[in-house]
Design a protein around this ligand. Structure first.
Ligand SMILES: Nc1ncnc2c1ncn2[C@@H]1O[C@H](COP(=O)(O)OP(=O)(O)O)[C@@H](O)[C@H]1O
Ligand SMILES: O=C(O)C[C@@H](O)[C@H](O)C(=O)COP(=O)(O)O
Length: 331
């Protein structure tokens, strides 16, 4: 049991809003990117990864976003359909904007980074008119990903989605998803992230990401409890603060603090942890798991995904997560 109130009479469980991109992961790893020659293409973009995760976990998942009017846009849309994600909220952009690319670097299992090509990125062309109130009211929850706040018209579209969600009792998950190269200034980042976080029910981020969005209001904050309490003063019911391989903490507006378990693994790469964690956590909360169990699902999903060379493609099923947890508990 958890205290998030999801409307039961909804066609969809989750609608993700925002970035649909492409990950290009090197096949030659454990070396600098300049020494990688071939890459494997995957659908990427944090909200896309999370949508694939929740759909793989049998949540009825939709998406609101824009794709480029080219082969990559076609590939992404087809991949979502193949993964049983409703694509009625996806708009083919005609402006000539291009799909955001994320080249990942795996210098070592613990030294991973991204080089992102996001000039004229099509995901930031999403417009307020792309947001359908009728579509959003069909869902139990929406996922907002912070990078969508980085530029107009995407920024305004997100706030329209937030208004519709709150109007129709749709739970708002806000994954901070801070990608610095997309933003112009720390102040602008903090303003728009704060405005969105104030309207959110569940906020998920790393310690560093919370430091970024609290840059203006409480720059000295580094304390998880102080961070969580700040957001409870608005609409937050749960604040999840992730700490990498040290695990995660959940704070509730009812005064609970829950430490998330970690499943130690030897990672192949570290990226993919956050999105797989978020997808499985959302699955758990929507299925009325208690917070500890939802976090356990998230941690297990993350540990599974970081032992692979991809993010979206390796999102696990419920059975895979349950088997992983059962095996880990036997060891
Ligand atoms: N090296 C690791 N080993 C095991 N679990 C990990 C590791 N890194 C991350 N995780 C799990 O994934 C969750 C999210 O990872 P984190 O790195 O904090 O987020 P992000 O990927 O968004 O930066 C963590 O809370 C933890 O449960
Ligand atoms: O969000 C992006 O554009 C990059 C992702 O597609 C990529 O898979 C990634 O970095 C995911 O890492 P995570 O945020 O740690 O899950």
């Amino acid at each position: 049991m958890n205290h998030i109130k999801f409307q039961s009479d909804r066609e969809l469980d989750l609608i993700a809003v925002g970035r649909l991109g492409i990950d290009l992961n090197p096949n030659e790893i454990n070396r600098p990117l300049e020494e990688s020659i071939t890459f494997t293409r995957y659908v990427g973009g944090s909200p896309a990864n999370i949508a694939v995760a929740t759909s793989r976990l049998d949540l009825k998942t939709g998406f609101i976003g824009r794709v480029a009017d080219d082969q990559f846009g076609t590939y992404i849309t087809n991949y979502l359909k193949e993964n049983n994600i409703d694509t009625n909220g996806i708009v083919v952009d005609k402006s000539g904007a291009k799909t955001g690319l994320a080249f990942t670097e795996v210098k070592s299992p613990s030294e991973c980074s991204l080089i992102m090509y996001r000039n004229n990125a099509v995901d930031l062309k999403i417009e307020p008119e792309d947001i359908s109130e009728e579509y959003i009211k069909k869902s139990k929850a929406i996922l907002i990903s912070g990078t969508a706040l980085a530029a107009s018209p995407s920024r305004e579209a997100v706030f329209v989605a937030l208004e519709y969600a709150r109007k129709h009792g749709v739970v708002v998950f806000f994954d901070i998803d801070y990608r610095p190269y997309t933003w112009k200034s720390e102040a602008e980042t903090a303003v728009y992230y704060s405005l969105a976080a104030e309207k959110s029910d569940v906020i998920i981020g790393t310690r560093e990401e919370f430091d970024t969005i609290e840059h203006l209001t409480s720059p000295e904050t580094k304390d998880d409890f102080v961070t969580a309490k700040h957001w409870f003063d608005y609409n937050a019911k749960i604040v999840i603060i992730k700490h990498g391989k040290e695990g995660s903490y959940a704070y509730t507006d009812e005064g609970d603090k829950v430490k998330g378990v970690v499943f130690p693994v030897v990672p192949l790469k570290t990226f993919g942890a956050g999105d797989s964690y978020a997808g499985a956590l959302i699955y758990g909360l929507i299925n009325d798991f208690n917070i500890a169990k939802a976090m356990e699902f998230g941690a297990a999903s993350a540990s599974i995904v970081i032992t692979t060379n991809s993010c979206s493609a390796s999102m696990p099923t419920v059975g895979q997560i349950e088997d992983f947890i059962a095996t880990a508990k036997k060891e």
